[in-house]
Write a new protein. Structure first.
Length: 379
């Protein structure tokens, strides 16, 4: 029965069940499977996620007999931190080794901003998609992360500040699933991890402070509406299908009209009034003209949304350039004049390659996309 809550990658690590990635319900089911009452699951959940415990012997309100049993059949194992870099602006980036067989690494970024600290979490080793302006996409793809590898990024980020203090200030106030990978292409592990983020016995984050960003996997947006009510962000990046087909190739399968319909459905499923965040990376001479801003106004006219403009962050051989500050302001003004709430994302952590679109891991690319990209650039 224990194997029913283990992923394939966790099984490859041995016979012990890694409790770090089990959602509250799955943890209850696990304790039931070993003949323990469900309140024990709540106790262990709090020890792992609120107190940062990785040793069952530290769980002082759990019986000695149960601690011994858990030590024999379970573990609390986070991914391994390979390195941590801190930017001149305070941004932190971790390179984290995953549990796969290739010593693959992903990256996680924490962006402090006053009382707010936003953690950008990865969901895949690489990315299944190939957005043309994203460095991660050019690296190819290896595999999906497990729930323990996803929530482990939150656990490690908080623990990096020292011992957990549930009564102290929050070290991570917001989580955005905007790191490496397309979250909706790793649906179940991402939902399990987000459930832990919002559970009162784990991290207790507000549904407004946990955001999933997708490039537009339309069927999974509909499914997401049946499973959670986290905030939703859409990586749009173009005001029309012709350009979006180039920048975000999944648009060829799920064009903009279908994507916006899915967004409307998601909003209608929420128990409270909210908006979608539209992410729009501004690329010089590609999608940053004032005419394109006006087209965007028209496109979004029926959607409750705010717009987050992201000046392109260069990476080697991208073929794209960052727009001038004046052009960013002109684009922003067109939207603001029509009543949209428009923010411009400040570039953070670019001196350690931690800015939006710059994240790259170190992994075996089983798609060979990275080699194809290198071959094209050398022609």
């Amino acid at each position: 029965m224990i194997d029913t809550v283990k992923t394939e990658n966790e099984k490859n690590q041995g016979d012990k069940v890694n409790l770090l990635g089990l959602s509250p319900q799955k943890l209850i089911e696990f304790f039931d499977s070993i003949g323990e009452k469900k309140f024990r699951a709540t106790q262990v959940l709090k020890w792992i996620h609120q107190k940062g415990a990785d040793n069952f012997e530290d769980m002082t309100d759990v019986s000695k007999a149960l601690r011994t049993k858990l030590t024999q059949i379970c573990e609390i194992r986070a991914p391994e931190v390979v390195s941590q870099n801190i930017s001149s602006d305070g941004t932190r980036k971790w390179v984290i080794r995953t549990d796969g067989n290739n010593n693959d690494c992903v990256e996680t970024v924490l962006i402090p901003d006053g009382d707010r600290a936003t953690l950008c979490v990865s969901s895949q080793v690489g990315c299944t998609l190939d957005c043309s302006f994203c460095s991660t996409g050019k690296q190819g793809f290896n595999r999906n992360l497990t729930p323990a590898e996803i929530i482990g990024q939150v656990w490690l980020a908080i623990k990096s500040f020292g011992p957990f203090d549930p009564n102290g200030p929050r070290r991570v106030t917001n989580v955005v699933m905007m790191g490496m990978g397309e979250p909706l292409m790793n649906f179940e592990p991402v939902v399990d991890a987000m459930t832990l983020m919002m559970d009162d016995n784990a991290y207790g984050m507000s549904k407004r402070r946990v955001t999933l960003s997708t490039s537009g996997v339309v069927p999974k947006i509909y499914e997401l509406a049946t499973r959670t009510d986290v905030s939703l962000a859409i990586s749009l990046h173009a005001p029309d299908n012709a350009l979006r087909d180039v920048l975000v190739p999944i648009n060829k399968k799920y064009p903009i009209a279908e994507l916006l319909d899915a967004c409307q459905h998601y909003l209608s499923s929420l128990p409270d009034k909210r908006h979608i965040t539209i992410e729009y990376t501004l690329i010089a001479g590609v999608n940053d003209s004032e005419d394109q801003a006006r087209d965007l106004v028209t496109l979004l006219s029926d959607l409750e949304c705010k717009v987050n403009l992201i000046p392109f962050n260069p990476f080697p051989n991208s073929g794209y350039d960052k727009p001038s500050n004046n052009q960013v302001r002109r684009f922003q003004k067109v939207l603001a004049d029509k009543g949209y709430t428009v923010t411009v994302r400040t570039t953070r952590g670019d001196d350690i390659d931690a800015a939006c679109g710059q994240l790259v891991g170190d992994f075996h690319d089983r798609t060979r996309r990275s080699q194809k990209y290198i071959d094209v650039k050398t022609l």
